[in-house]
Design a protein around this ligand. Structure first.
Ligand SMILES: [Ca+2]
Ligand SMILES: [Ca+2]
Ligand SMILES: [Ca+2]
Ligand SMILES: [Ca+2]
Length: 256
């Protein structure tokens, strides 16, 4: 009998270990993985001008958040890539400022809807209601890929790449070794309909909680992107799965 108990205990430990490896831990809300970041975005009384010049005083109020989670590709140097971002908001839009170091800028697929993730691009993942969950072919969340020519691309409900450039403004400028990238985004709920003319962006208010993650696809001359580096850890397999799994997104809180 003692032997059987010992075997049962051993089996239980093996099952627990396998479960932990196969299914990374979820946070208390059960829809997000543990270890997500909290970002408090300050309110902007005056909307920043989206021009790639971060001289608006409201940017001083916002905290930098690093892009330092290597999801794909080999180790990289400081010259190859560095990135960080800030967020502020007005009732009508979110504003993001990113500071990117990238030694070679590449936009080799000139068709904006073709292999856009293999050109250098800044990716903003947004989940309006912080629901988490799957968002591959629906608008439970958006994964806007901002290309170097300032377009914003994601997959539509028809499972094809779509331009959502009309949701955003995007401008970047080089300053020394850095790209200073400013952009604004209109926020839509999961009821957004591709192709409809009556989609209305929501009005943002203090205290609102949204899902947010930011990443950069770095290509310096290869056929496929060389690195994919994000703002959130990606526990479990397939670390680049933010394009379909909103459970990886961090928590964005709109402050006063
Ligand atoms: Ca500006
Ligand atoms: Ca690079
Ligand atoms: Ca959602
Ligand atoms: Ca590059």
């Amino acid at each position: 009998m003692a032997n059987n108990k010992f075997i049962d205990f051993g089996l239980m430990i093996v099952i627990v270990l396998i479960t932990l490896i196969m299914f990374p831990a979820y946070a208390a809300d059960n829809n997000h993985y543990q270890g997500r970041s909290n970002y408090f975005a300050p309110f902007a009384k005056h909307a920043p001008k989206v021009d790639g010049v971060a001289n608006e005083s409201v940017w001083q109020l916002a905290k930098w958040q690093p892009l330092d989670q290597r999801w794909l590709g080999p180790e990289y140097s400081k010259e190859d890539f560095q990135g960080r971002y800030k967020i502020v908001w007005t009732p009508s839009k979110l504003y993001l400022l990113a500071e990117i170091v990238d030694d070679i800028l590449i936009d080799s697929h000139r068709d904006p809807l073709k292999q856009y993730w293999d050109d250098d691009c800044l990716e903003i993942f947004l989940d309006e209601d912080f629901s988490g969950g799957e968002h591959q072919f629906n608008h439970n969340a958006f994964a806007y890929h901002f290309s170097l020519d300032n377009q914003a691309i994601d997959i539509g409900t028809d499972k094809q790449a779509q331009s959502y450039t009309h949701h955003v403004e995007s401008r970047w400028q080089q300053q020394g070794e850095k790209l200073i990238w400013e952009l604004s985004i209109d926020i839509y709920t999961d009821e957004y309909k591709d192709g409809a003319t009556d989609n209305q962006p929501i009005v943002l208010t203090a205290g609102k909680v949204m899902g947010l993650m930011v990443a950069y696809c770095d290509n310096d001359g290869s056929d496929l992107r060389e690195n994919f580096i994000g703002s959130e850890s990606a526990p479990g397999g397939e670390p680049d799965r933010g394009w379909k799994d909103a459970g990886l997104f961090g928590k964005l809180i709109l402050s006063q």
